[in-house]
Ligand binder design. Structure first.
Ligand code: BG6
Length: 503
């Protein structure tokens, strides 16, 4: 996390070991992010990559694959930087459950230490299927690769999903903690790598004017939307097991909610920020089993047409059961039991195959206390709304009523609008730059701490249980290219509110 006064500096020497290096993430996100860091002068000159995966490939073939990724995802890459990264890249083929592979890895790392001066500092990135997380970390520990001695650091980055419910998350945590200290574990939530997500804290806590009104006295409710236009793509097997609640809500949406609702931390140090996030997650009012059906809505997309293209239903996607009960849409109402937020609902929703891709946090303020314009034909004034647009049109807007010029007192809704692209230009990024940089620096602020993860699973546990016990017969219940199921509108209508339609 950038500190206000610190100009970014090159991180220290290290080797990054990627387990599951043959997958998309390495090619599409990790290596392009390393390129951007190198281009910005932030990556150490003493840096190496060691990729591990099950298929046989030579170093050369692995480098070619990464090179192709760079060409696809970076326009006009600087060849000297590409060469620098690729010439320090190696590949090891093997099974993550095989002890022998960790011996090979050890040797390779000793070589990179002497050849590239990586100094015994290692970042182990687990981009494997989650079923390998425990075993891999365990064997890393047993082979001595996690031992931090003589000032060397060893860190493990774990991709999501971090467990699939509270019990599996707890046992995974216990497994990791047997061989690694919590300090060495970096649980990634890629939403926290997004500039606009990091800006939530900067916006709230570096401006004096918002914090005084950021509470139940002035805020009517908050809506957090993560809408996707894409469907399940090629991830059917994973998604059938996960569903939208596990895939998006217990991690990305809860993180957005925590950043929006947390108290000011005493500093921007990792523990201070994560303590405050933890407190607000702890304060979320538990949803009782009997409230699940009135406080939550699940949906699954059916067929539909978007921009003239016919889209198939979720149940007709590859690797999806013809009678699948996996939800591709979730809406829920949460309350936070603390002094700042008592009685202010937080409505969260996410879905695939919605009208458009749009992630935003909309803070709706209470209406003006006295409608002095009620006799002038403008009885229903829109309330003020502050919208933090996370993606794709990154920015912040504040809407308010203004007099429409003319002899009658007509009031129109206008926006004050800030756009990232207009002010700061469009820096090419994958979203993983800050996360990798912070991890190499040893700054865990933007990573999930064990208690944050477990609390999140605890919040969704009753929902998972009730949904499992009462399978819905209504799927599919929204058309591809719509804004989701009608029940989600009813959830709001019961409270006399409406979902915003992000543009
Ligand atoms: C991932 C989910 O964590 O986030 C995907 O597994 C989802 O299902 C993705 O599509 C959305 O990320 P972004 O950055 O495109 O909003």
């Amino acid at each position: 996390m950038p500190h206000q006064d610190s100009a970014p500096r090159q991180v220290g020497s290290c080797a990054m070991v990627i387990f599951g290096a043959g997958g998309d993430l390495t090619k599409r996100k990790l290596v392009p992010a390393l390129y951007h860091l190198a281009k910005g002068g932030l990556l150490s000159d003493s840096f190496a990559i060691v990729g591990l995966a099950r298929s046989d490939r030579s170093n050369e073939a692995f480098r070619d694959q990464l090179h192709e990724g760079i060409r696809q995802h970076i326009s006009e890459p600087d060849q000297s930087i590409v060469d620098r990264i690729l010439s320090n890249t190696y590949y090891i083929a093997g099974d993550y459950r095989d002890v022998g592979i960790y011996q090979k890895l050890r040797q390779k790392l000793t070589e990179t230490d002497s050849r590239h001066a990586t100094n015994g500092n290692y970042l182990f990135y687990l981009a494997t299927p989650p079923s390998f997380f425990g075993t891999t970390v365990n064997l890393l520990g047993q082979s001595g690769l996690l031992a931090e001695e003589d000032g060397r650091w060893r860190r493990v980055v774990v991709e999501k999903p971090f467990g699939r419910d509270i019990d599996s998350a707890r046992s995974l945590n216990l497994e990791l903690r047997k061989v690694a200290d919590e300090r060495q574990i970096y649980r990634i939530d890629h939403y926290l790598g997004k500039e606009t997500v990091q800006n939530i804290l900067v916006f709230r806590f570096s401006n004096g004017i918002f914090e005084p009104i950021w509470n139940r006295r002035y805020i009517d409710h908050v809506q957090i939307t993560v809408a996707e236009s894409l469907g399940v793509e090629h991830r059917g097997t994973y998604y059938e097991e996960a569903g939208a609640l596990r895939d998006m809500v217990s991690n990305h949406l809860f993180q957005l909610m925590a950043l929006t609702a947390m108290e000011p931390p005493v500093s921007f140090e990792a523990e201070a920020v994560r303590d405050e996030k933890g407190k607000v997650l702890d304060a979320i009012q538990p949803i009782l089993p009997e409230q699940v059906l009135t406080r939550t809505v699940r949906g699954q997309y059916g067929r539909g047409t978007v921009g003239g293209n016919k889209l198939r239903a979720y149940r007709s996607e590859p690797k999806i059961a013809a009678d699948s009960s996996a939800e591709t849409y979730v809406a829920l109402k949460l309350l936070i039991d603390n002094w700042r937020w008592a009685g202010v609902p937080f409505y969260l929703r996410t879905g695939k195959r919605l009208v458009r891709r749009a992630t935003e946090i909309s803070i709706q303020f209470k209406r003006a206390p006295f409608m002095m314009f009620r006799d002038t034909g403008v009885g229903e004034l829109d309330p003020n709304r502050l919208v933090l647009r996370i993606q794709p049109k990154e920015g912040i807007s504040l809407s308010f009523g203004a007099k429409v010029p003319g002899p009658t007192s007509k009031i129109g809704q206008v926006d004050m609008d800030f756009s990232y692209a207009e002010h700061f230009g469009n820096a090419p990024r994958t979203g993983y730059e800050t996360l990798l940089y912070d991890c190499m620096k040893g700054d865990a602020t933007l990573f999930q701490r064990v208690d944050n993860v477990e609390t999140s699973w605890q919040i969704v546990a009753p929902i998972l249980d009730v949904w499992k016990a009462l399978p819905t017969r209504e799927f599919p219940n929204y058309a591809s290219g719509s804004w989701g199921p009608a029940d989600a509108d009813e959830l709001m209508a019961r409270d006399g509110r409406r979902w915003r339609r992000p543009e």
